[in-house]
Design a protein around this ligand. Structure first.
Ligand code: NDP
Length: 401
């Protein structure tokens, strides 16, 4: 009997719930809870109707309120909480898991609301308390972070004695037909991509201006795309867990139109996170902007094209330098057909469910706080393709980097 509590009913929550419900042999019950219960009810109705999965309940919860979370966990008694709401709630949900002795899994590291800054220190600080309680926190189990970290673990386990250079490459060659939209929560997304770039080289972080470094990279089945160096959270844990890495960078594709909109949004102050007065009320510009931008959950219907995310690795095996590329391509259309959500939600929700399955079936275990690359990558990657995210690999190819 493995019941799970899924928190968050956005695009990622929808996919995670669908994928768990496709495996009733593991997920014997699902409680889907979020701030707005009606959104959970819509997903639950779809899961019942389309998959015939009836063991699903819904609830309203404020995931920033620990006593509310504790009451819900005690009433439902899940084995695991899958947190796919927002990064602001990581710590309150971890607190509730500690109080109730329930395992925890998320897809994004903690970020304080008042500062656009994300790092693992806050969550790593729970290490001893999770160990003492005998429970496990699995951090960053989406695609990036998540599968990219597990791809790196596979490279280290099977293909290299030492990884020296790691480039994570993330292309979205999809077209949703909107002038400007973000593929996941606009507030979190804009905070992430407007900050300074950062990469790891020779034992230190090098900072760049936002989008200062660009290279044209070729992606499988997609072709050439302008790819910009940005900071991404898995770099922090990967350089810690694979200390032979001399340089680690993250590249993401952006179209010119997207960057122009982003520049305007920033220049006119709409990306601000400090409160401003509007008609006698304090509002936060970025929160207001979120309310007028398309809901990422609604992009799926006319979304065409693919995402392609992978790791390009250079290092040493048996004294010889070699290269290795491992990647997944995901079709927005296929994702929508299966779950009613677009590819970015799909590539996050499938790994979240797969990580949960690893824990509940005993393939991943232990106690404390762990990033996903600390687990055995093999059982996870053995089933990822069957769950909808087929992956490919090639050795000794031109990495372009
Ligand atoms: P959405 O904005 O679509 O959904 C977020 C959900 O969280 C909404 O249902 C929202 O409720 C709910 N929520 C927000 N605040 C609270 C709260 N205080 N209490 C309870 N519920 C709350 O986001 P996405 O589905 O696109 O993304 C979800 C998460 O996935 C984010 O953390 C994002 O960073 C992460 N992500 C990770 C990726 C990866 O590869 N690792 C890639 C993409 C996303 P309401 O509807 O009421 O607003």
């Amino acid at each position: 009997m493995s019941k799970v509590l899924i928190i968050g009913a956005g695009g990622v929550g929808r996919v995670t719930t669908f994928k768990c419900a496709q495996h009733p042999e593991v997920f014997t019950g699902i409680m889907l809870a979020s701030r707005t219960k009606s959104k959970c009810d819509v997903i639950a109705a779809d899961v019942r109707e389309q998959l015939g999965y009836q063991a699903i309940e819904t609830a309203a919860v404020d995931a920033e309120n620990v006593p509310e979370l504790v009451a819900l966990i005690r009433a439902y008694q899940p084995e695991l909480v899958i947190h796919v709401a927002l990064p602001y709630q990581d710590l309150t949900i971890m607190d509730a898991c500690l109080e109730t002795g329930v395992h925890y899994l998320d897809t994004a590291n903690y970020e304080p609301k008042e500062e656009a800054k994300f790092e693992y220190s806050w969550q790593w600080a729970y290490q001893d308390r999770f160990k003492e309680k005998g429970i496990l926190a699995i951090l960053g189990c989406g695609f990036d972070p998540g599968v990219t970290s597990i791809f790196t673990a596979r490279a280290a386990k099977h293909f290299f004695d030492e990884i020296h250079y790691l480039d994570i490459v993330d292309a979205n060659a999809g077209d949703h037909g909107k002038a400007f939209a973000t593929n996941f929560n606009p507030e979190i997304n804009i905070r992430e991509i407007t900050q300074k770039g950062r990469y790891w080289e020779n034992g230190q972080w090098i900072e760049t201006e936002p989008h200062e470094i660009m290279k044209v990279l070729n992606y499988p089945d997609i072709g050439p795309k302008n790819s910009y160096l940005i900071y991404h959270e898995e770099l922090e844990s990967l350089v810690k867990n694979f200390p032979t890495i001399k340089r680690a960078r993250f590249w993401m594709t952006f179209g010119d139109e997207y960057l122009t909109h982003l520049r305007v949004i920033q220049n006119i102050g709409m990306a601000g996170i400090e409160p401003v007065m509007h008609k006698g009320m304090e509002i936060i510009p970025l929160e207001f902007l979120k309310s007028v931008l398309p809901d990422p959950g609604d992009l799926g219907e006319n979304y065409t094209g693919e995402t392609s995310i992978g790791c390009r690795v250079r290092g040493i095996k048996d004294g010889q330098e070699k290269t290795y590329y491992i990647w997944n391509n995901c079709s927005h259309e296929a994702a929508f057909k299966e779950t009613g959500a677009q590819g970015v939600s799909y590539t996050t929700g499938v790994p979240a469910m797969t990580g949960a399955m690893m824990l509940l079936t005993g393939k991943w275990g232990g106690t404390g706080v762990k990033n996903v690359e600390e687990f055995d990558p093999d059982p996870f990657l053995d089933v990822l393709g069957k769950h909808g995210l087929e992956w490919h690999e090639a050795e000794n190819v031109d990495l372009e980097l």
